[in-house]
Design a protein around this ligand. Structure first.
Ligand SMILES: [Zn+2]
Length: 496
């Protein structure tokens, strides 16, 4: 601030001194004082200071013109002596100057968002410079800003032809395809861009996204590894995302029935990220299929420690399917120990006892969870316990009604865009982000409440009908993660 103020005052002072000097000289023109006497071949000339200034200026101009002509003359001489490009070089120096001027002006226009103006300057620069690798870069950007996307694409195609600008051209067309939703072509271009410049982080991200979108898990894992290698990803994040991709790969192999591959991938995914619930579920299932119960139990317990989840409980239940109730109870108690205070642990134990029709134990296991975490599951379990203990229909209906208005409890929610997913998947189906699904309570939406109230009369009718309640409750208990909405659908189907 101070410096610019100083500069401004300095400039003003110089202008004032100059103006004063010129007016002083002019006012002294008619006086002899200060005039200069020049003697040329015996004649004396007396000239005023203003005339002197003018004379000096003309001299400088004459010297400049002389030098120009001299350099042109030298170029012509060189040309005559056999240097064929001498004259063209002389003129091209001029062209170059004009070209770079246009180029820099074009860049200024681009920086201030004037696409059309930048495009004109780019054309002018190209005319003088004839360096398409340089001017096309400007022209492509200018065409994009000016909204001439077809024109921009043409320029990008030209950029691809030149090895030094190939990457920019490929990237430009890739972005255009992406904006048009042509992900197949965009994927091929992203692969090309990645091979040209593997360190480019944006290209790495785009490529991983497109690869996961195309279910090319193996390719995505390779890109992910490159991303870590070039320092754009920490080791921890790489490990976790690699596990997610390995799991996706394993899940897909299951569909094509290459059993051993699935096992290897699932167990690898689980090893890399033990808290990744779907990986633990798949790995445990693979161990079970191999009759390795101990390994399956170990995997589930490890996952339960950090992330209790109904899917884990479901697999765990399968492990003890054929065992006696006593063994089952023992097994479940061991799992519960891993995370005894967690609401999911309490719910799991209550459901286990419900299945064994041990209602007092179920009530004890659930504790006050229906108050601390009132959601569809805890409240429906309460209804089932009441039913099992022979409570009045009104009491059961009260619990079920509460359950309907209650929040659904944790779900797979995208941490990026809050979209709810019914089942886990490696990428969010809404925003396509990789590994953003977390098991948590969905952000509250006011609309949901009114929706619940609108549904209420219909559901109350269902509950009032004879014999339906018991079915509903059994369904709830058996399907660990079933929700009341499913019951509604089932009931509606059976009614129609
Ligand atoms: Zn999302």
């Amino acid at each position: 601030m101070l410096i610019s103020l100083f500069r401004l005052s300095l400039f003003l002072i110089i202008v004032m001194v100059f103006a004063w000097g010129v007016s002083y000289l002019a006012s002294n023109d008619n006086k002899i004082i200060g005039s200069t006497i020049i003697e040329i071949s015996g004649f004396e000339y007396s000239i005023s200071p203003t005339q002197l200034l003018l004379f000096l200026g003309l001299m400088i101009l004459a010297v400049w013109i002389f030098l120009k002509i001299a350099s042109l003359f030298l170029a012509v001489l060189r040309f005559i002596n056999g240097d064929e490009t001498a004259v063209s070089r002389y003129f091209s120096r001029n062209r170059e100057r004009k070209g770079y001027k246009a180029l820099s002006e074009g860049m200024m226009a681009l920086a201030s968002g004037e696409g059309s103006a930048a495009l004109i300057k780019a054309k002018k620069a190209e005319k003088y410079l004839r360096k398409p690798s340089l001017t096309n870069l400007l022209a492509a950007q200018a065409a994009e800003i000016a909204g001439e996307s077809e024109h921009a694409e043409e320029i990008y195609k030209e950029l691809i032809l030149d090895p030094t600008t190939r990457f920019v051209g490929v990237r430009g067309i890739m972005k255009k395809r992406l904006s048009e939703g042509d992900t197949d072509t965009a994927l091929k271009l992203a692969e090309k861009a990645f091979s040209l410049k593997p360190k480019h982080e944006e290209t790495q991200d785009v490529l991983i996204n497109l690869q996961t979108l195309a279910s090319d898990w193996r390719g995505a894992r390779k890109t992910l590894k490159a991303k870590m290698k070039y320092g754009n990803l920490t080791q921890d994040v790489h490990k976790r995302r690699d596990a997610v991709l390995a799991l996706s790969e394993a899940a897909e192999i299951t569909e094509t029935d290459k059993k051993t591959d699935t096992q290897v991938m699932a167990i690898e995914a689980n090893r890399m990220s033990p808290d990744l619930v779907p990986a633990a579920v798949l790995a445990a299932r693979e161990h079970l299929a191999d009759s390795k119960k101990k390994n399956a139990i170990k995997v589930i317990k490890k996952a339960w420690e950090s992330q209790p989840h109904p899917d884990l409980a479901a697999v765990y239940s399968e492990i003890f399917e054929e065992e006696s109730q006593e063994e089952r109870e023992k097994g479940f108690k061991l799992l519960a120990k891993m995370n005894s205070k967690h609401i999911e642990t309490k719910t799991m134990m209550a459901e286990m006892y419900l299945q064994a029709e041990d209602f007092p134990s179920a009530r004890r296991s659930l504790g006050d969870s229906y108050e601390t975490s009132p959601n569809v599951r805890t409240l429906t379990i309460m209804a089932a316990i009441e039913k099992g203990e022979g409570a009045d229909d009104n009491v059961i209906r009260k619990w079920l009604t509460k359950a309907l208005a209650a929040p659904r409890g944790p779900q797979w929610v995208c941490e990026n865009c809050s979209t709810i997913h019914a089942v886990w998947r490696p990428t969010c189906f809404n925003c396509n982000a990789l590994d953003t699904l977390a098991w948590m309570d969905a952000p509250e939406v006011k609309e949901e409440l009114t929706l619940g109230n609108e549904k209420l009369p219909f559901v109350l009718d269902v509950l009032n009908s004879e014999g339906s309640e018991a079915d509903q409750i059994n369904f709830q208990v058996e399907e660990n993660s079933a929700e009341l909405e499913n019951i509604e659908v089932d009931e509606a189907k059976s009614k129609s």
